[in-house]
Design a protein. Structure first.
Length: 57
């Protein structure tokens, strides 16, 4: 169910109210998100490294 529909069914003023009340982030979710970000940044850095090495040489 989408947030807008749930918000209306609960008679909340807005979807933001529903999200503020019912969305919770656990430590596991936080660690997983951080790991995904780290992997993504690492991939981008590896893409850029060969370019910077070519410019120096």
């Amino acid at each position: 169910m989408d947030v807008e529909t749930l918000s209306a069914m609960l008679s909340h003023v807005s979807a933001a109210t529903t999200l503020d009340i019912y969305i919770h982030i656990t430590d596991d979710m936080r660690h997983s998100a951080a790991a995904n970000i780290d992997r993504g940044i690492g991939k981008e850095i590896r893409k850029l490294l060969p370019l910077s090495r070519k410019r120096r040489g």
